[in-house]
Design a binder for this molecule. Structure first.
Ligand code: UDP
Length: 236
């Protein structure tokens, strides 16, 4: 028996016969600006599944704990069931997007150190930015969990930067989510890492290889994601 547990903007989650295992289906939908801009792209689910699979396998080999178990079809993965920590963690190496607007700094400026930001996951509130004090005072996470989340986020950033550099790609910023394993409460990387949730620029030309091509009407989304996947093909 397989029941739909949750449907998000880009993925569906189903139960499996194993109580602690879920099946993720990557959809062809793309959304931006908190769901205000929507479109469907043939092949997007397959491309994000392939890209995310490659990244999660690489991170696991580097010792990062993730929810990933296996990829079972073009658009499907098996993952461990977790309870999601309701914080979107954004890691930034180069100024772009909302940081550029908020602080009035040009996109493309390299930061002198990496920034980790927390956003409270709430569609109603539009994911407001919070700091550790908010997270603690509102019982969103414990001090130990926040410390582990920050440590893992920085470690994931190091591994991702090195991985994308092999393909001559600059990791500008990305969003990740963490979950707590049902059995142990251990913090693991969950959700996805894909061009939907990262900013990836060609190192030389700064050509965008991520969802900004859709957000800003720059180029065809599936063509862009296909180009990215091709460039990652030879990266170990
Ligand atoms: N991001 C995401 N989901 C969100 C918000 C941001 O995946 O709901 C990613 C986005 O793709 C980028 C990074 O997080 O790689 C930082 O996004 P930013 O805060 O600059 O927001 P944006 O300009 O995308 O609104």
């Amino acid at each position: 028996m397989s029941q739909l547990l949750y449907e998000g903007k880009a993925k569906k989650m189903f139960t499996t016969d194993e109580p602690n295992v879920l099946r993720v289906v990557y959809k062809n939908d793309a959304t931006a600006f908190n769901g205000q801009k929507k479109a469907q792209f043939e092949g997007k689910g397959r491309l994000n599944n392939a890209i995310c699979t490659k990244i999660f396998k690489m991170l696991q080999e580097k010792g990062i704990p993730t929810h990933y178990i296996d990829t079972i079809s073009d658009t499907e993965q098996l993952v461990k069931a977790v309870s999601i920590v309701p914080i979107e963690v954004v890691v930034r190496n180069v100024v772009a997007g909302s940081l550029s607007k908020r602080l009035g700094v040009d996109e493309g400026e390299t930061l002198s150190r990496t920034i980790v930001e927390f956003y409270y996951k709430s569609d109603e509130l539009g994911d407001p930015m919070i700091n550790s004090d908010h997270a603690l005072a509102m019982d969103i996470a414990t001090k130990e969990e926040l410390k582990e989340i920050r440590r893992l986020a920085l470690s994931i950033n190091e591994s991702l930067q090195a991985f994308f550099a092999e393909a001559n790609i600059l990791l500008v910023d990305f969003k990740i989510e963490f979950g707590k394993l049902k059995e142990t409460g251990a913090i693991v990387l969950a959700d996805e890492i894909s061009p939907d949730s990262c900013r990836l620029w060609d190192k030389e030309t700064h050509e965008k290889l991520d969802k900004d091509v859709f957000r800003r009407n720059i180029a065809d989304l599936p063509e862009t994601y296909e180009k990215l996947l091709k460039r990652l093909e030879d990266v170990k």
